[in-house]
Design a protein around this ligand. Structure first.
Ligand SMILES: [Zn+2]
Length: 70
């Protein structure tokens, strides 16, 4: 049974493979696609988890590693 693998442009980095923080200009490899720029459909992350993960890495890039959840 063949399972079709759908490749989609990564929503985290929009296909660039990295995320850049506007304030600090720090770049980090995209956590969704590991820098590949796309994601194979069927990720174990659901939409809510992706949103949370994106907020975490975004705050990290902007130097808010402490207390982001308060
Ligand atoms: Zn990505």
């Amino acid at each position: 049974m063949a399972k079709e693998v759908q490749i989609t442009v990564c929503i985290g980095c929009k296909g660039r493979g990295f995320i850049e923080a506007a304030a600090s200009k720090v770049r980090a490899s995209c956590i969704y696609c590991n820098g590949k720029g796309h994601t194979a459909h069927g990720s174990t992350l659901n939409e809510a988890d992706e949103t949370l993960a994106f907020k975490i890495v975004w705050d990290y890039l902007n130097g808010k590693t402490k207390g982001w959840y308060h």
